[in-house]
Design a protein around this ligand. Sequence first.
Ligand code: NAP
Length: 227
Amino acid sequence: MTKKIVLITGVTRGLGGAMAEEFIRLGHTVFGCGRSKDQIGQLTRRFSAPHEFRAVDVASEDEVKSWAAGLLASHSAPDLLLNNAALINKNRPLWKISGAEFSQVIDVNVKGVANVIRHFVPAMIQRGRGVIVNFSSGWGRSTDAEVAPYCATKWAIEGLSLALAQELPSGLAVVPLNPGIINTEMLQSSFGSSASSYPSPAEWAKTAVPFLLKLGPSDNGRQLGPP
Ligand SMILES: NC(=O)c1ccc[n+]([C@@H]2O[C@H](COP(=O)([O-])OP(=O)(O)OC[C@H]3O[C@@H](n4cnc5c(N)ncnc54)[C@H](OP(=O)(O)O)[C@@H]3O)[C@@H](O)[C@H]2O)c1
């Protein structure tokens, strides 16, 4: 099996954390980010070079730009770019959600994904290969009450990904992925105690990581469902 360079946003917990562990266990190199400096420090102590973890807020274009410049100066472009980092609004009807909370969800879930694409994808294009996976949701293809901002961002991710698929040169691919329903802090925020009846991120990653490793150019533009 070819060892891959995997870039993952949002590795400090949840699906991103579980994927990072599983890719590393299988011998791949992981570059990851998240905002929590303590968690990033723990990952750095636990997984030494060639893996690299950095405190980066994907909503900050300057932070993403500097992260990309640093990594790409000493490593080749990622084989797999996983735009996983996201936030969900607190369960509330749209008219009760503050402008600040609405903006934060858009800034991370949509503009954050575009920031990462803007600063990493040119190197992938130059290299002539690579797969971009933009984490969507069941709520990127359906809707529910009290999660309107989150739904808006995940529908945006579907559109952004399908348009990007029409722009990428051959050899590259981008897909929106609905990962399924997994018991993470995000799910607990929207589902409450019933989140505990869903699989753990570690269980999910055992199936998801081999699925992600198999994606290639022929998947470009496919709207993928749970692994
Ligand atoms: N869990 C599910 O059932 C489910 C279902 C459908 C879709 N999804 C999607 O799957 C992905 C992962 O979700 P999850 O359930 O694992 O969520 P989670 O447990 O809340 O974890 C989110 C991760 O994203 C990071 N993050 C948030 N804002 C960030 C920012 N501005 N910059 C960098 N990192 C940031 C968080 O780290 P910091 O707080 O340290 O920044 C954390 O590591 C998301 O895109 C989500 O929408 C999940």
